[in-house]
Design a protein around this ligand. Structure first.
Ligand SMILES: Nc1nc2c(c(=O)[nH]1)N=C([C@H](O)[C@@H](O)CO)CN2
Length: 123
C-alpha cells in the first residue's frame, strides 16, 4: 500500500454569503468547514526536515477564508466546497485529493448536522 500524508483542518467556522432562498441572499451565514488534503509524501521526515518538504496546514484555513471571493453569493454550499478544492489544487502540484465537508449551522433545529461532503481528485 502507498504511503499517505494527509493535512487536516476540522470544524473551522467562517461566514459566507450562501443560500438557495431569497431570505438567505443578503447576509453571510456561518458554515463549519472541515478539510482533508492528500499530499505526495516524501520517503522520510527527519527531525530537521523543513516545512517545504510538506505543506502548511494553514494553507487549508486560507483556502476556506481569505481565498473565498468577497461579495460573491454561492447559491449552493457545493460551490463553496468546489472553490476551496480548486484553490488547493492550484496552490500546490503535490495536492492529489481534496475532501471538503461543510455543515450549514443556521438551519439546525436541534443538534443535527446538515451539509455536504465533496471529494475531488487532481484532474
Ligand atoms: N445540496 C444542497 N441542498 C441544499 C442547499 C445546498 O446548498 N446544497 N441549500 C439549501 C437552502 O439554502 C437551505 O439551507 C435554506 O434553508 C437547501 N438544500
Amino acid at each position: 500500500m502507498r504511503d499517505l500524508l494527509q493535512l487536516q483542518v476540522h470544524d473551522f467556522e467562517v461566514q459566507v454569503l450562501t443560500g438557495v432562498y431569497s431570505e438567505e441572499t443578503h447576509l453571510p451565514q456561518p458554515l463549519r468547514i472541515s478539510m482533508t488534503v492528500d499530499l505526495d509524501c516524501p520517503e522520510h521526515f527527519a527531525p530537521d526536515t523543513p516545512l517545504s518538504a510538506s505543506k502548511s496546514y494553514l494553507d487549508l484555513k486560507h483556502a476556506a477564508s481569505e481565498a473565498l471571493p468577497q461579495g460573491v453569493h454561492f447559491t449552493l454550499i457545493e460551490g463553496v466546497a468546489d472553490h476551496i478544492a480548486r484553490t488547493l489544487f492550484i496552490s500546490d502540484p503535490r495536492v492529489q485529493r481534496v475532501e471538503v465537508s461543510i455543515v450549514k449551522l443556521a438551519i439546525a433545529e436541534a443538534s443535527e448536522s446538515i451539509g455536504i461532503r465533496l471529494v475531488r481528485h487532481r484532474p
